[in-house]
Design a protein around this ligand. Structure first.
Ligand code: FES
Length: 164
């Protein structure tokens, strides 16, 4: 099987069906490209170069264009990540309300800083521009759930409650 054929066969029929269904809600393929990547990422954890090519081929987009969109949308992970992703807000309302303390607690608890993954692969910590919850500052998103305002102790409890 050639590399091209291999890439084309990477997506499962189920993934292709889900992507097609999602794309039917968008006026253009380009508008739905990120959603297609999100579908695949939800099932596979992150988007490798080959997966990006497979999605680009399926939705009929140029790989470079899809890659550019993925770069701008910082919730598409282009590198392996931990089983849980902790997004720490890195914008002004959260700075003012103590985001630094949460970052320090994460570093102390998990032994990793922004952009890093714990040695056991359980958590990846990523900075994120405003999470859209400034009234809940300082805010953190763990996987797809937003939390805030958070104290360091509440953050500890949240980390403890995540599945191993
Ligand atoms: S500044 Fe942190 S959620 Fe908006």
């Amino acid at each position: 099987m050639s590399r091209d054929e291999k890439i084309r066969s990477m997506l499962t029929e189920e993934e292709k069906g889900m992507i097609d269904e999602e794309l039917s809600h968008y006026p253009t393929t380009r508008a739905g490209g990120i959603e297609a990547l999100k579908i695949v990422q939800r099932r596979r954890g992150w988007i490798s170069d080959d997966l990006l090519l497979a999605v680009a081929h399926h939705v009929g987009m140029a790989p470079a264009e899809l890659d550019r969109s993925a770069t701008f949308y910082n919730l598409i992970f282009r590198r392996p990540i931990g089983r849980h992703v902790v997004l720490v807000c890195d914008s002004v309302s959260c700075w003012l309300m103590g985001a630094d303390r949460l970052r320090d607690r994460l570093r102390h608890r998990l032994g990793v800083g922004a952009g890093e993954t714990t040695a056991d692969g359980r958590f990846t910590v990523l900075p994120n521009v405003c999470l859209g919850a400034c009234d809940r500052a300082p805010a953190v998103m763990i996987d797809e759930t937003l939390h805030g305002p958070l104290t360091e102790d509440e953050l500890d409890r949240l980390l403890d409650s995540q599945m191993p």
